[in-house]
Design a protein around this ligand. Structure first.
Ligand code: PLP
Length: 413
Protein backbone atom coordinates (compact mmCIF):
# COMPACT_ATOMS: atom_id res chain seq x y z
CA UNK A 1 0.00 0.00 0.00
CA UNK A 2 1.42 3.36 -0.93
CA UNK A 3 -0.13 6.35 0.74
CA UNK A 4 0.71 9.97 1.29
CA UNK A 5 -0.64 11.95 4.16
CA UNK A 6 -0.34 15.25 5.89
CA UNK A 7 0.86 14.90 9.46
CA UNK A 8 -1.56 16.40 11.98
CA UNK A 9 0.16 18.96 14.24
CA UNK A 10 0.89 17.23 17.51
CA UNK A 11 0.56 20.24 19.75
CA UNK A 12 -2.85 21.08 18.30
CA UNK A 13 -3.95 17.50 18.65
CA UNK A 14 -2.97 17.35 22.32
CA UNK A 15 -4.90 20.56 22.96
CA UNK A 16 -7.87 19.22 21.03
CA UNK A 17 -8.11 16.11 23.22
CA UNK A 18 -7.91 18.19 26.38
CA UNK A 19 -10.64 20.56 25.19
CA UNK A 20 -12.93 18.06 23.55
CA UNK A 21 -12.90 15.42 26.28
CA UNK A 22 -12.31 17.83 29.16
CA UNK A 23 -9.36 15.58 29.86
CA UNK A 24 -7.65 15.92 33.20
CA UNK A 25 -5.75 12.62 33.39
CA UNK A 26 -2.49 11.69 31.71
CA UNK A 27 -2.99 10.32 28.19
CA UNK A 28 -1.15 9.13 25.12
CA UNK A 29 -1.99 10.19 21.60
CA UNK A 30 -1.32 7.84 18.69
CA UNK A 31 -0.73 9.48 15.34
CA UNK A 32 -1.83 6.88 12.82
CA UNK A 33 -0.48 8.87 9.87
CA UNK A 34 2.98 8.52 11.35
CA UNK A 35 2.67 4.73 11.48
CA UNK A 36 1.63 4.65 7.85
CA UNK A 37 4.46 6.97 6.82
CA UNK A 38 6.93 4.74 8.61
CA UNK A 39 5.70 1.75 6.66
CA UNK A 40 6.07 3.62 3.36
CA UNK A 41 9.55 4.77 4.33
CA UNK A 42 10.59 1.26 5.37
CA UNK A 43 9.61 -0.09 1.96
CA UNK A 44 11.58 2.66 0.23
CA UNK A 45 14.72 2.35 2.36
CA UNK A 46 14.86 -1.45 2.74
CA UNK A 47 12.97 -2.73 -0.32
CA UNK A 48 14.23 -6.30 0.03
CA UNK A 49 13.38 -6.61 3.71
CA UNK A 50 9.92 -7.61 4.93
CA UNK A 51 9.10 -6.14 8.38
CA UNK A 52 7.71 -8.18 11.28
CA UNK A 53 6.78 -5.53 13.89
CA UNK A 54 8.03 -6.42 17.42
CA UNK A 55 4.77 -6.42 19.43
CA UNK A 56 6.68 -6.07 22.75
CA UNK A 57 7.55 -2.50 21.86
CA UNK A 58 3.98 -1.20 22.03
CA UNK A 59 1.00 -3.55 22.05
CA UNK A 60 -1.74 -0.96 21.84
CA UNK A 61 -4.60 -2.46 19.86
CA UNK A 62 -5.01 0.54 17.53
CA UNK A 63 -1.34 0.33 16.56
CA UNK A 64 -1.55 -3.43 16.04
CA UNK A 65 -4.71 -3.14 13.94
CA UNK A 66 -3.22 -0.47 11.69
CA UNK A 67 0.02 -2.38 11.18
CA UNK A 68 -1.92 -5.59 10.52
CA UNK A 69 -4.05 -3.77 7.95
CA UNK A 70 -0.86 -2.64 6.21
CA UNK A 71 -0.09 -6.33 5.73
CA UNK A 72 3.20 -6.55 7.62
CA UNK A 73 4.23 -9.48 9.83
CA UNK A 74 4.65 -9.61 13.62
CA UNK A 75 7.43 -10.63 15.95
CA UNK A 76 5.84 -12.20 19.05
CA UNK A 77 7.68 -13.21 22.21
CA UNK A 78 4.92 -15.03 24.09
CA UNK A 79 1.65 -16.93 23.85
CA UNK A 80 -0.29 -13.78 24.72
CA UNK A 81 1.30 -11.80 21.91
CA UNK A 82 0.65 -14.62 19.44
CA UNK A 83 -2.95 -14.91 20.64
CA UNK A 84 -3.48 -11.17 20.24
CA UNK A 85 -2.18 -11.13 16.69
CA UNK A 86 -4.20 -14.19 15.65
CA UNK A 87 -7.32 -12.62 17.17
CA UNK A 88 -6.72 -9.58 14.94
CA UNK A 89 -6.81 -11.83 11.88
CA UNK A 90 -3.06 -12.09 11.25
CA UNK A 91 -2.22 -15.43 9.67
CA UNK A 92 0.22 -17.75 11.50
CA UNK A 93 2.77 -17.55 8.68
CA UNK A 94 3.07 -13.80 9.30
CA UNK A 95 4.29 -14.38 12.84
CA UNK A 96 7.82 -15.12 14.01
CA UNK A 97 8.04 -16.48 17.55
CA UNK A 98 11.26 -14.65 18.25
CA UNK A 99 11.98 -15.43 21.89
CA UNK A 100 15.07 -17.67 21.96
CA UNK A 101 14.08 -19.06 25.38
CA UNK A 102 10.47 -20.15 25.22
CA UNK A 103 8.08 -21.11 28.01
CA UNK A 104 6.89 -24.68 27.42
CA UNK A 105 3.20 -23.80 27.60
CA UNK A 106 3.78 -21.01 25.06
CA UNK A 107 5.57 -23.38 22.73
CA UNK A 108 2.74 -25.90 23.02
CA UNK A 109 0.32 -23.13 22.14
CA UNK A 110 2.42 -22.03 19.14
CA UNK A 111 2.31 -25.64 17.90
CA UNK A 112 -1.47 -25.80 18.35
CA UNK A 113 -1.99 -22.70 16.19
CA UNK A 114 0.73 -23.45 13.60
CA UNK A 115 3.02 -20.54 14.42
CA UNK A 116 6.02 -22.48 13.22
CA UNK A 117 8.79 -19.96 12.60
CA UNK A 118 10.91 -19.50 15.74
CA UNK A 119 14.41 -18.82 17.01
CA UNK A 120 16.76 -20.84 19.22
CA UNK A 121 20.25 -20.28 20.63
CA UNK A 122 21.08 -23.31 22.80
CA UNK A 123 20.81 -27.08 23.05
CA UNK A 124 18.22 -27.05 25.83
CA UNK A 125 15.91 -25.08 23.58
CA UNK A 126 16.37 -27.57 20.75
CA UNK A 127 15.29 -30.40 23.05
CA UNK A 128 12.27 -28.39 24.14
CA UNK A 129 11.31 -27.77 20.53
CA UNK A 130 11.78 -31.48 19.72
CA UNK A 131 9.32 -32.33 22.49
CA UNK A 132 6.63 -29.76 21.71
CA UNK A 133 6.96 -28.74 18.07
CA UNK A 134 9.37 -30.96 16.13
CA UNK A 135 8.25 -29.68 12.72
CA UNK A 136 8.91 -26.00 13.60
CA UNK A 137 11.00 -23.91 11.20
CA UNK A 138 14.03 -22.78 13.14
CA UNK A 139 16.27 -19.73 12.97
CA UNK A 140 19.58 -19.97 14.79
CA UNK A 141 20.09 -16.73 16.71
CA UNK A 142 23.59 -15.32 16.58
CA UNK A 143 24.97 -12.99 19.23
CA UNK A 144 26.15 -9.61 17.96
CA UNK A 145 28.75 -7.03 18.64
CA UNK A 146 26.42 -4.58 20.39
CA UNK A 147 28.98 -2.42 22.22
CA UNK A 148 27.59 0.77 20.71
CA UNK A 149 23.91 -0.10 21.09
CA UNK A 150 21.97 1.51 23.90
CA UNK A 151 20.12 -1.68 24.94
CA UNK A 152 22.28 -4.78 24.57
CA UNK A 153 21.17 -8.40 24.19
CA UNK A 154 24.49 -10.01 23.26
CA UNK A 155 25.29 -11.53 26.65
CA UNK A 156 21.84 -12.87 27.27
CA UNK A 157 20.86 -14.20 23.83
CA UNK A 158 22.54 -15.64 20.78
CA UNK A 159 25.40 -18.02 20.06
CA UNK A 160 28.68 -17.25 18.36
CA UNK A 161 28.96 -18.00 14.68
CA UNK A 162 31.91 -20.37 15.08
CA UNK A 163 32.02 -23.32 17.46
CA UNK A 164 28.64 -22.72 19.13
CA UNK A 165 26.76 -22.40 15.83
CA UNK A 166 28.50 -25.52 14.50
CA UNK A 167 27.64 -27.53 17.62
CA UNK A 168 24.04 -26.36 17.68
CA UNK A 169 23.48 -27.14 14.02
CA UNK A 170 24.99 -30.59 14.59
CA UNK A 171 22.59 -31.21 17.50
CA UNK A 172 19.62 -29.95 15.44
CA UNK A 173 20.69 -32.29 12.65
CA UNK A 174 20.97 -35.30 14.95
CA UNK A 175 17.49 -34.52 16.35
CA UNK A 176 16.13 -34.23 12.77
CA UNK A 177 14.92 -30.68 13.40
CA UNK A 178 14.28 -28.23 10.59
CA UNK A 179 16.69 -25.26 10.61
CA UNK A 180 15.76 -22.81 7.85
CA UNK A 181 17.93 -19.79 8.55
CA UNK A 182 19.65 -17.31 10.82
CA UNK A 183 18.50 -14.43 13.02
CA UNK A 184 20.32 -11.75 14.98
CA UNK A 185 19.62 -8.51 16.85
CA UNK A 186 22.35 -5.87 16.99
CA UNK A 187 20.83 -4.30 20.15
CA UNK A 188 18.21 -1.61 20.44
CA UNK A 189 19.19 1.86 19.21
CA UNK A 190 22.21 0.62 17.32
CA UNK A 191 24.73 3.41 16.78
CA UNK A 192 27.36 1.67 14.71
CA UNK A 193 25.73 0.38 11.54
CA UNK A 194 28.78 -1.77 10.81
CA UNK A 195 27.29 -4.10 13.44
CA UNK A 196 24.73 -5.07 10.77
CA UNK A 197 27.51 -5.66 8.26
CA UNK A 198 29.44 -7.96 10.63
CA UNK A 199 26.27 -9.81 11.58
CA UNK A 200 25.19 -10.27 7.95
CA UNK A 201 28.67 -11.46 7.03
CA UNK A 202 28.65 -13.99 9.90
CA UNK A 203 25.12 -15.06 8.94
CA UNK A 204 26.41 -15.96 5.48
CA UNK A 205 29.03 -18.17 7.08
CA UNK A 206 26.37 -19.94 9.15
CA UNK A 207 24.18 -20.31 6.06
CA UNK A 208 27.06 -22.10 4.32
CA UNK A 209 27.59 -24.28 7.39
CA UNK A 210 23.90 -25.17 7.57
CA UNK A 211 23.76 -26.00 3.89
CA UNK A 212 26.81 -28.21 4.16
CA UNK A 213 24.94 -30.20 6.82
CA UNK A 214 21.92 -30.58 4.55
CA UNK A 215 19.61 -27.86 5.94
CA UNK A 216 17.53 -25.85 3.47
CA UNK A 217 18.71 -22.41 4.59
CA UNK A 218 16.35 -19.84 3.08
CA UNK A 219 15.53 -17.12 5.64
CA UNK A 220 17.63 -14.34 7.16
CA UNK A 221 16.13 -12.30 10.02
CA UNK A 222 18.10 -9.08 10.63
CA UNK A 223 16.22 -8.22 13.87
CA UNK A 224 15.59 -4.69 15.09
CA UNK A 225 17.74 -1.82 16.37
CA UNK A 226 16.55 0.81 13.86
CA UNK A 227 16.12 4.43 15.03
CA UNK A 228 12.66 5.58 16.01
CA UNK A 229 12.50 9.08 14.58
CA UNK A 230 15.70 10.09 12.86
CA UNK A 231 15.01 9.65 9.16
CA UNK A 232 18.50 10.67 8.09
CA UNK A 233 20.02 8.01 10.31
CA UNK A 234 17.53 5.41 9.14
CA UNK A 235 18.49 6.09 5.55
CA UNK A 236 22.20 5.83 6.41
CA UNK A 237 21.54 2.54 8.16
CA UNK A 238 19.48 1.38 5.17
CA UNK A 239 22.41 1.97 2.80
CA UNK A 240 24.74 -0.07 5.02
CA UNK A 241 22.24 -2.94 5.33
CA UNK A 242 21.42 -2.97 1.60
CA UNK A 243 25.11 -2.98 0.64
CA UNK A 244 25.82 -5.81 3.08
CA UNK A 245 22.89 -7.87 1.81
CA UNK A 246 24.11 -7.28 -1.73
CA UNK A 247 27.65 -8.34 -0.80
CA UNK A 248 26.83 -11.42 1.24
CA UNK A 249 23.40 -12.61 0.12
CA UNK A 250 22.86 -11.53 -3.50
CA UNK A 251 23.56 -14.97 -4.91
CA UNK A 252 21.43 -16.78 -2.35
CA UNK A 253 17.75 -17.50 -2.78
CA UNK A 254 16.86 -16.09 0.60
CA UNK A 255 13.89 -14.27 2.08
CA UNK A 256 15.01 -11.37 4.28
CA UNK A 257 12.90 -10.23 7.22
CA UNK A 258 13.44 -7.76 10.08
CA UNK A 259 11.84 -7.26 13.51
CA UNK A 260 11.63 -3.48 13.93
CA UNK A 261 9.95 -2.33 17.15
CA UNK A 262 11.05 1.19 18.03
CA UNK A 263 11.26 2.18 14.37
CA UNK A 264 7.51 1.84 13.80
CA UNK A 265 6.09 3.31 16.98
CA UNK A 266 8.47 5.66 18.77
CA UNK A 267 7.54 8.81 16.86
CA UNK A 268 3.87 7.84 16.52
CA UNK A 269 2.98 8.43 20.17
CA UNK A 270 2.95 11.62 22.25
CA UNK A 271 2.44 11.50 26.01
CA UNK A 272 0.65 14.32 27.83
CA UNK A 273 0.51 14.93 31.56
CA UNK A 274 -0.68 17.71 33.85
CA UNK A 275 0.74 19.47 36.87
CA UNK A 276 -1.43 18.67 39.88
CA UNK A 277 0.55 20.33 42.66
CA UNK A 278 3.47 22.74 43.12
CA UNK A 279 5.72 23.34 46.11
CA UNK A 280 8.03 26.29 46.01
CA UNK A 281 11.17 25.84 48.04
CA UNK A 282 14.21 28.01 48.53
CA UNK A 283 16.46 25.89 46.37
CA UNK A 284 14.01 24.76 43.68
CA UNK A 285 10.41 24.28 42.58
CA UNK A 286 8.79 20.85 42.97
CA UNK A 287 6.19 19.90 40.40
CA UNK A 288 3.85 16.94 40.92
CA UNK A 289 2.58 15.31 37.72
CA UNK A 290 -0.28 12.90 37.12
CA UNK A 291 2.14 10.47 35.43
CA UNK A 292 5.42 9.11 36.77
CA UNK A 293 7.95 6.32 36.90
CA UNK A 294 5.32 3.76 37.84
CA UNK A 295 3.53 4.95 34.68
CA UNK A 296 4.78 6.17 31.32
CA UNK A 297 8.26 7.00 32.61
CA UNK A 298 9.03 3.48 33.90
CA UNK A 299 11.40 2.46 31.15
CA UNK A 300 13.08 5.85 30.92
CA UNK A 301 13.89 5.38 34.59
CA UNK A 302 15.38 1.86 34.25
CA UNK A 303 17.65 2.80 31.42
CA UNK A 304 18.12 6.54 31.94
CA UNK A 305 16.57 7.19 28.55
CA UNK A 306 16.59 10.94 27.90
CA UNK A 307 13.29 12.75 27.30
CA UNK A 308 12.27 16.34 26.81
CA UNK A 309 9.28 18.07 28.34
CA UNK A 310 7.42 20.45 26.06
CA UNK A 311 4.99 22.95 27.50
CA UNK A 312 1.59 23.11 25.90
CA UNK A 313 0.69 26.71 26.58
CA UNK A 314 2.77 29.68 25.52
CA UNK A 315 4.37 31.28 28.52
CA UNK A 316 4.90 34.99 29.02
CA UNK A 317 8.02 34.51 31.10
CA UNK A 318 10.58 32.12 29.66
CA UNK A 319 13.12 32.40 32.47
CA UNK A 320 14.20 28.93 33.65
CA UNK A 321 14.21 27.72 37.26
CA UNK A 322 15.84 24.73 38.88
CA UNK A 323 13.03 22.18 39.30
CA UNK A 324 12.24 18.64 40.43
CA UNK A 325 9.45 16.70 38.76
CA UNK A 326 7.68 14.06 40.85
CA UNK A 327 5.26 11.34 39.77
CA UNK A 328 1.85 10.87 41.41
CA UNK A 329 2.35 7.76 43.59
CA UNK A 330 3.15 7.65 47.29
CA UNK A 331 6.49 6.02 46.55
CA UNK A 332 9.32 8.39 47.48
CA UNK A 333 11.41 7.27 44.51
CA UNK A 334 8.69 8.19 42.03
CA UNK A 335 10.79 11.06 40.71
CA UNK A 336 10.55 11.74 36.99
CA UNK A 337 13.43 14.20 36.87
CA UNK A 338 15.64 15.14 39.82
CA UNK A 339 17.14 18.16 38.17
CA UNK A 340 15.60 20.00 35.25
CA UNK A 341 15.34 23.64 34.31
CA UNK A 342 11.78 24.67 33.57
CA UNK A 343 9.95 27.96 33.23
CA UNK A 344 7.67 28.82 36.10
CA UNK A 345 4.58 26.68 35.59
CA UNK A 346 1.12 26.73 37.16
CA UNK A 347 -1.12 24.01 38.53
CA UNK A 348 -3.15 22.55 35.62
CA UNK A 349 -0.50 23.39 33.04
CA UNK A 350 0.02 20.54 30.58
CA UNK A 351 3.37 19.11 29.52
CA UNK A 352 3.83 16.78 26.58
CA UNK A 353 6.56 14.50 25.36
CA UNK A 354 7.04 13.56 21.74
CA UNK A 355 8.52 10.27 20.51
CA UNK A 356 7.04 8.39 23.44
CA UNK A 357 5.76 5.26 21.70
CA UNK A 358 8.55 2.73 22.23
CA UNK A 359 8.81 0.68 25.43
CA UNK A 360 6.71 3.11 27.43
CA UNK A 361 3.07 1.96 27.60
CA UNK A 362 4.15 -1.68 27.92
CA UNK A 363 5.94 -0.97 31.22
CA UNK A 364 3.17 1.03 32.87
CA UNK A 365 1.96 -0.32 36.22
CA UNK A 366 -1.19 0.50 38.20
CA UNK A 367 0.73 0.92 41.47
CA UNK A 368 -1.28 2.80 44.12
CA UNK A 369 -4.40 2.23 42.05
CA UNK A 370 -3.52 4.81 39.44
CA UNK A 371 -4.97 4.01 36.02
CA UNK A 372 -2.81 3.57 32.96
CA UNK A 373 -2.74 6.64 30.72
CA UNK A 374 -5.71 6.78 28.40
CA UNK A 375 -5.04 6.19 24.73
CA UNK A 376 -6.43 8.41 22.00
CA UNK A 377 -5.79 8.01 18.29
CA UNK A 378 -5.92 10.52 15.52
CA UNK A 379 -5.39 10.37 11.77
CA UNK A 380 -6.07 12.36 8.62
CA UNK A 381 -9.34 11.49 6.91
CA UNK A 382 -7.80 10.08 3.74
CA UNK A 383 -5.83 7.60 5.84
CA UNK A 384 -8.90 6.83 7.88
CA UNK A 385 -10.84 5.76 4.79
CA UNK A 386 -8.20 3.06 4.30
CA UNK A 387 -8.58 1.70 7.81
CA UNK A 388 -12.22 2.29 8.74
CA UNK A 389 -13.14 -1.31 8.00
CA UNK A 390 -10.60 -2.50 10.56
CA UNK A 391 -12.35 -0.60 13.34
CA UNK A 392 -15.95 -1.77 13.00
CA UNK A 393 -16.80 -1.09 16.65
CA UNK A 394 -15.14 2.29 16.91
CA UNK A 395 -16.69 5.67 16.86
CA UNK A 396 -14.89 8.30 14.90
CA UNK A 397 -15.27 12.02 14.53
CA UNK A 398 -14.07 14.10 11.63
CA UNK A 399 -12.53 17.38 12.77
CA UNK A 400 -12.79 20.73 11.01
CA UNK A 401 -9.13 20.54 10.03
CA UNK A 402 -9.66 17.28 8.15
CA UNK A 403 -8.19 15.03 10.79
CA UNK A 404 -10.11 12.19 12.28
CA UNK A 405 -10.30 11.11 15.87
CA UNK A 406 -10.86 7.45 16.64
CA UNK A 407 -12.59 6.40 19.77
CA UNK A 408 -11.72 2.73 19.87
CA UNK A 409 -14.18 1.57 22.51
CA UNK A 410 -15.61 3.00 25.66
CA UNK A 411 -13.56 0.79 27.94
CA UNK A 412 -10.45 2.62 26.88
CA UNK A 413 -11.67 5.92 28.22
N1 PLP B 1 13.37 -8.59 18.15
C1 PLP B 1 13.72 -9.06 19.36
C2 PLP B 1 14.01 -10.52 19.50
C3 PLP B 1 13.82 -8.20 20.46
O1 PLP B 1 14.18 -8.70 21.67
C4 PLP B 1 13.53 -6.83 20.28
C5 PLP B 1 13.62 -5.90 21.40
O2 PLP B 1 13.75 -6.25 22.55
C6 PLP B 1 13.13 -6.38 19.00
C7 PLP B 1 13.08 -7.28 17.96
C8 PLP B 1 12.80 -4.94 18.72
O3 PLP B 1 13.93 -4.18 18.79
P1 PLP B 1 13.92 -2.62 18.40
O4 PLP B 1 12.86 -1.97 19.18
O5 PLP B 1 15.28 -2.16 18.73
O6 PLP B 1 13.67 -2.53 16.93
Amino acid sequence: MNVNCIQPKIRNMVQLIIDKFEEKDAFHLINIDDLVNKYTEFQEVLPKVFPFYAVKCNNDVVILKVLAALGIGFDCATKNEIQTMLSLGVSPDKIVYSHPVKQESHLEYAASVNVGLMTFDCTAELHKILQFYPSAKLLIRLSCDDKTSVHKFGNKYGCNSDIEAFELLAVAHSLKLNVVGVSFHVGSICRDYNSYTYAIKRSQKVFALGKSMGFNMNLLDIGGGFPGYNQIEFRKLGRVVNDSLETYFSSENVQIIAEPGRYFVESAVTAACRITCIKKRKENISYYLNDGICGSFAFTNFVRDPFEFKILNDLLDSELYSSIVYGPTCWGEDIVDKSVHLPQLQINDWLYLEHFGAYKQVFVTTFNGFSKPKMYAICSTNIWTLFKANFPNSEYKIQKDGTCMIIENNERF
